[in-house]
Ligand binder design. Structure first.
Ligand code: NAI
Ligand code: ENO
Length: 311
């Protein structure tokens, strides 16, 4: 049998993403042994019960010791503290990676704690759901989905190649870009859409006290889709907005200008402007469907972020 690409894979944070990697890596034979590390004893107990890893521990530095690949799967706001706490446990020659939804802040937070001889290859699988925790993960989450690598300049190309092969082994399509470019692109394709969902569901919830539950009772497709997104993990999304502040505010500024233009078109009965925009956006959606990345019908989504939708 061919040698597994990694001898010992340590996953720090066994929530939706960490547990999906554990399941996928095991299914694809990407590591000889998998070590699960989480600060929450309840998560560790669940990992053991589900049989997701060969070892499971709350000891950060002990858990990563001897691993040749360590992947941080914690909220982006926790990356700096986790990197500081486990740094002395990292083996020389190890590769450190992460799955954070924001990249520049993650690189800045982790870099100062990296010991000599450890390569850092940040990654972002553009695939997920609104669910959290070890029970929510599944092995096929990354199949046919983008994974973006943002290695800092000067990173050992061999380490980048091994991380690329790992994500390809999980079924992803891998692309490389700078952290700053990643953060700008994801601000408009992922972060601002989540902010819009949080906002519209919040507005409707406020209205509900006035309309006595009619908002929920009569919620049609559009609103229901927003409630799925707005059910996403509060800690994770708080951290994303606070660590990708500049790009999100830049994109939100553009969004607000366009929204104001739409409001003006409605106020002045400019049906032509409305029709022209809706025709353009329908063509965009149809293009995405034609590329086979989305079903034409809403599936109240298990997954998002396929290669051809963002590429
Ligand atoms: N949920 C999603 O759809 C996606 C999430 N991501 C990124 O993946 C990362 C993880 O997200 P999820 O798996 O959804 O979160 P999750 O909430 O399901 O799991 C996070 C896990 O990290 C653990 N944790 C938190 N702080 C820790 C610390 N200081 N030390 C050790 N363990 C700690 C928690 O106990 C929990 O088990 C985030 O950075 C997020 O931005 C990336 C792509 C998609
Ligand atoms: O559930 C959805 O629709 C998502 O958008 C999941 C998601 C959340 C965060 C990411 O960084 C990537 C994907």
């Amino acid at each position: 049998m061919a040698e597994a690409p990694f001898r010992r894979l340590a996953l720090v944070g066994l929530g939706l993403i960490g547990s999906s990697i554990a399941r996928g890596a095991r299914a694809a034979g990407l590591a000889d042994a998998i070590v699960a590390v989480d600060r929450d004893p309840g998560v560790i107990a669940r990992v053991a019960a589900l049989g997701l890893a060969d070892e499971a521990t709350t000891d950060l530095a002990g858990g990563v010791a001897g691993a040749d690949l360590v992947i941080l799967c914690v909220p982006v706001g926790a990356i700096g503290a986790v990197a500081a706490e486990m740094a002395h446990g990292l083996a020389p020659g190890a590769i450190l990676s992460d799955v954070g939804s924001v990249k520049a802040a993650v690189v800045a937070a982790a870099a100062p704690h990296l010991p000599e001889g450890v390569s850092f290859v940040p990654a972002h699988p553009v695939a997920g759901t609104e669910h959290s925790g070890p029970d929510a993960g599944f092995a096929s989450l990354f199949h046919g989905r983008w994974c973006i690598l943002t290695p800092p300049e000067g990173t050992d190309p061999a380490a980048v190649a091994r991380v690329r092969a790992f994500w390809e082994g999980l079924g992803s399509v891998v692309e490389t870009m700078t952290p700053a470019h990643h953060d700008l692109v994801l601000a408009i394709t992922s972060h601002v859409p989540h902010l819009i969902a949080y906002n519209i569901v919040g507005t409707a919830a406020d209205l509900e006290t006035v309309t006595q539950s009619e908002v929920i009772k009569f919620s049609a497709g559009g609103f229901r889709d927003f409630t799925r997104i707005a059910a996403s993990d509060p800690t994770m999304w708080r951290d994303i907005f606070l660590t990708n502040k500049e790009a999100v505010l830049e994109m939100l500024g553009r969004f607000n200008e366009d929204l104001a233009a739409l409001a003006r078109a409605i106020r002045w009965d400019d049906g032509e402007a409305l029709h022209a925009l809706f025709t353009r956006t329908r063509a965009i959606r149809r293009g995405i469907v034609a590329m086979g990345q989305e079903t034409a019908e809403p599936d109240f989504g298990r997954r998002s972020g396929g290669p051809k939708t963002t590429g």
